[in-house]
Design a protein around this ligand. Structure first.
Ligand code: GTR
Length: 421
């Protein structure tokens, strides 16, 4: 019996390890695929102006992505209370104000809390703000010893000192490389971040996080068209926006939602579903994010649904190894953000995320921006490395791997300043 279990675990792990390597990375092997015309309705009618887009094109796409990709939020839940639990006027070398705010939700006998960590430039009255989730806790994005360590579930990571699913002091500052805090402050922006597992732990388990707050009696997991984890994290971003609207230090008309990788999928969905976000940045978001699903390169719908069964709604499983049946593709997700500015960014070594597929999505979403007189990506020719295209739809591909670098932040800051003038 035991030997079978060992064998099973062994085969499973090998399969998982090879998942990334047996993917298609050969451009000549990308099968022919259709890109649905972003300006055609499901019934084949042409959308020729922004009014038609808002009346017909956008709503039907939003509905499709909601019910078949990310899943619908089954109800409404407002912030029950918030409390500034810590603040200081002397952060980031004296240039910033730090605030840590506990946001609490209560329903029946359930309680959920998440903590927003904010750095705000001292010399700005109402600051424009980047908001984005982090992967391993607020205390990992800075060396700042005052940042509170979350006691929520965390994925074990020996090199970060995370064992038994608990975050520890040892991981303080381990992700400073991904968060150019001082550059952000110097540019006159604030930064807000939240540990994403406080909203919904990133495991295939629907008994924790925010999901149970909306269950009907005896329900144990979301229904087929109801939200997976990406939609749950998105919900958390919208609730953080509810808070920003009440914070007099924040310019709520200039909140830019940012995310990397799975959290870059999340930032796109947040921008699509919540128009209060003034702009969206999606860094190396790949499959289920910016990358076209029908272009079979790197991660596929089947892989992502298998490796992360909880990210999307159950209905999305219909498209595993069946991308051709999808009536939409991810450029239409991006089009839902129009006319608000959106930035898609790739890294050349991040082939799993399919940089070309990420670029093409930005390109094929652009006709909707044109309806509003905004510039998107004009050519389907990818720019050279480190040669950003910064229109209302922006794109760059930098050298290096799947990551967020200072280079990325420098581009985002330059672009955001211009777009949110
Ligand atoms: C990978 C996953 C990607 C991406 C990434 C991440 O394993 O296949 O879709 O989301 O994780 O979030 O770091």
């Amino acid at each position: 019996m035991k030997i079978f279990t060992i064998l099973f675990v062994f085969i499973f792990s090998i399969q998982f390890a090879f998942a990334q390597f047996d993917a298609n990375y050969d451009e000549s092997k990308v099968p022919k695929f259709d890109v649905p015309d972003v300006l055609k309705t499901f019934k084949g009618k042409k959308v020729s102006n922004s009014k038609q887009w808002e009346k017909k094109g956008r709503p039907e796409l939003l509905q499709f992505f909601t019910q078949n990709v990310y899943g619908e939020v089954p109800g409404e839940l407002k912030i029950s209370s918030f409390e500034v639990v810590e603040e200081s006027n002397n952060a980031v070398n004296g240039k910033a104000k730090r605030k840590q705010i506990d946001i609490t939700f209560q329903k029946d006998d359930l309680t959920l809390d998440f903590t927003i960590l904010m750095y705000l430039p001292k010399n700005v009255d109402k600051a424009p703000l980047f908001v984005g989730y982090n992967f391993f806790g607020n205390h990992t994005i800075t060396e700042d010893v005052n940042v509170i360590i979350s006691d929520s579930w965390a994925r074990d990571n020996a090199s970060f000192g995370i064992i038994n699913n608990q975050l520890t002091e040892q991981s303080r500052g381990v992700r400073t490389n991904r968060w150019a805090i001082e550059k952000i402050i110097d540019a006159g922006f604030g930064l807000a971040t939240i540990y994403y597992c406080e909203v919904d732990p990133d495991t295939d388990d629907f008994s924790n996080g925010i999901h149970p707050f909306f269950y009907e009696e005896n329900q144990q997991q979301p229904a087929s068209q109801e939200w997976g984890s990406i939609a749950a994290w998105t919900w958390g971003l919208s609730r953080s926006m509810d808070y920003f609207e009440q914070d007099s230090n924040v310019d709520e008309s200039k909140v830019i939602v940012f995310g990397h990788s799975r959290l870059g999928k999340t930032s796109l969905w947040a921008g699509a579903t919540d128009k209060r976000f003034a702009a969206v940045i999606s860094n190396n978001s790949g499959c289920g994010g910016a990358a076209l699903s029908k272009r079979r390169f790197g991660e596929t719908v089947w892989r992502i649904n298998n490796n992360f069964p909880h990210w999307f709604c159950k209905n999305f499983k219909m498209y595993s190894k069946n991308e051709g049946a999808l009536p939409v593709d991810q450029h239409q997700l991006i089009s839902l953000i129009a006319p608000r500015p959106v930035y898609v960014a790739s890294a050349v070594e991040d082939r799993w995320s399919d940089p070309r597929g990420e670029f093409l999505s930005a390109f094929y979403a652009s006709p909707v921006y044109k309806l509003y007189g905004k510039d998107g990506i004009q050519s389907n020719e990818m720019p050279e490395l480190d040669q950003p295209i910064q229109n209302t739809v922006a794109y760059h591909i930098r050298e290096g791997k799947h990551d967020v670098t200072d280079y990325d932040w420098e581009q985002y800051l330059k672009w955001a300043k211009e777009q949110l003038k």
